[in-house]
Design a protein around this ligand. Structure first.
Ligand code: IFM
Length: 445
């Protein structure tokens, strides 16, 4: 018996993204993405791996939809590969690519599963990067809005929601400040420019979809964490406040308050976004939203004093991320106090664990505990007045974990990459029971 309860129409989902699962990188007219190119740069991805084949979901999606139906989820969050539907990121669209998402959405609806679409989960058409430096260029925001309109027209009548971006912090920061992700730039000013253009593209897309009469709920997905100082010393607390401003408020404040946080702007100094911010941008970025998606994995630990992160009550995942469920309650209650927000979905939450497939079973007890603790923390936030609409476990399948390649497994379904055999892990059985129990409890009310 689980200890948490959610409202009657709570959305129980699983999430994935295009480049991480689809494969079929060179089929049916798909263009190249920045990740196709990045994976070929020696040393960027563990074992030189790529999403060329991944989970071969492009060919096996019917089987994967059956898995979801078997789990009893009522929603599936997926992303659309921009280069699959518009190979160059501008100009002609690719009918075969669009047809794939058509089949996917229809397959979900046929199984009673609500499709939650994300327009951008990091796979920018390579042509836009090569021709105009991708998100560094303001024009890419306008190309994104055109692409959004196309998807709105093609799928808007059938999907349950459209999120513009997934985790723009990762695109901006990991892709451009540290070079850890595609396109691999290590330049703070570029990162600030990219972040601004991502936010702008979000607002432009929302405006364009609304202008086209798309009625689907629209939102954005942000990765967020509370930030804690190593000690209560003023320098540690100041470090935590700055990290929170750079990670959370850098995206939330423009969208919900119409400005960048002064604290982080000060830190960026001459490397900030000022050269690319134009009059009227914040009105576009602040276009009203129907939902906010939050991806939660861990907390930020900030130490100016050199104090190390303590081992923690729940330990660490295979990504070496601290398991800190109470941070989810803390984050959501703080957001609820700081902003006027639309309903919130937890659009990702999960953990990589060292899984072993033995005799057809994967005993991923750590993952079950992780989900259990975080769902309880989420229910706490709901009790404290946060409007929590749903939860998407990351991820349905083991998949291509970006710079970590296939080494890290986040799925509740195990994938044997040599055979593409799917096996439900213990956590998948557990999640099915939780969903069923919840549905049963609701029915007997
Ligand atoms: O796999 C990623 C996903 O693409 C974005 N959010 C975090 C996950 C785990 O690292």
């Amino acid at each position: 018996m689980s200890t948490f309860r959610f409202k009657e129409d709570f959305v129980w989902g699983v999430a994935t993204s295009s480049y991480q699962i689809e494969g079929a990188a060179h089929e049916d007219g798909r263009g190249a993405s920045i990740w196709d190119a990045f994976c070929r740069v020696p040393g960027k991805v563990v074992n030189g791996e790529s999403g060329d084949v991944a989970c071969d979901h492009y060919h096996r999606f019917e089987q994967d939809l059956d898995l979801m139906a078997d789990l009893g989820v009522n929603a599936y969050r997926f992303s659309i590969a921009w280069p699959r539907v518009q190979p160059d990121g501008s100009g002609a669209f690719n009918e075969k690519g669009l047809a794939f998402y058509d089949r996917l959405v229809d397959g979900l609806l046929a199984r009673g599963i609500q499709p939650f679409a994300t327009l951008y989960h990091w796979d920018l058409p390579l042509a836009l990067q090569e021709a105009q430096n991708g998100w560094e260029n303001r024009d890419t925001a306008y190309r994104f809005a055109d692409y959004a309109r196309k998807i709105g027209g093609a799928l808007g009548d059938r999907v349950a929601s459209i999120a513009t971006h997934n985790e723009p912090w990762c695109t901006a920061w990991l892709g451009n400040a540290t070079g850890y992700f595609a396109p691999g730039n290590a330049d703070l000013k570029k990162a600030a420019h990219v972040a601004h253009h991502l936010l702008l593209s979000h607002g432009l897309a929302v405006q364009a979809l609304r202008a086209d009469g798309v009625k689907t709920p629209l939102g954005i997905v942000l990765n967020q964490s509370p930030a804690h100082g190593a000690t209560n010393a003023p320098e540690d607390l100041a470090a935590a406040s700055l990290e929170y401003a750079k990670f959370v408020r850098w995206y939330m404040d423009p969208i919900f308050k119409g400005e960048y946080p002064a604290e982080a702007l000060h830190w960026y100094g001459e490397n900030g976004p000022q050269d690319v911010v134009r009059e009227g941008d914040f009105e576009i970025i602040g276009a009203p939203l129907d939902f906010l998606g939050i991806n939660y994995y861990t907390r930020i630990f900030a130490s100016a004093s050199g104090e190390k992160r303590p081992p923690g009550e729940h330990g660490f995942t295979d990504m070496d991320w601290e398991i800190y469920p109470e941070g989810l309650t803390e984050l959501l209650t703080r957001l609820n106090a700081d902003y006027t927000l639309p309903p919130i979905y937890i659009t990702e939450n999960g953990c990589a664990t060292k899984d072993a497939l033995e005799h057809g079973r994967v005993h991923d007890a750590q993952r079950i505990r992780f989900y259990d603790l975080h769902l309880a923390a989420l229910a706490q936030a709901a009790q404290r007045g946060v409007d929590v609409a749903g939860y998407f476990a990351w991820s349905l399948l083991d998949n291509f974990e970006w710079a970590s390649g296939y080494d890290k497994r986040f799925g509740m379904v195990h994938v044997d990459y040599a055979t593409q055999q799917r096996t439900l892990k213990d956590s998948a059985h557990w999640y099915r029971d939780v969903i069923a129990e919840h549905a049963g409890a609701m029915a007997s009310r």
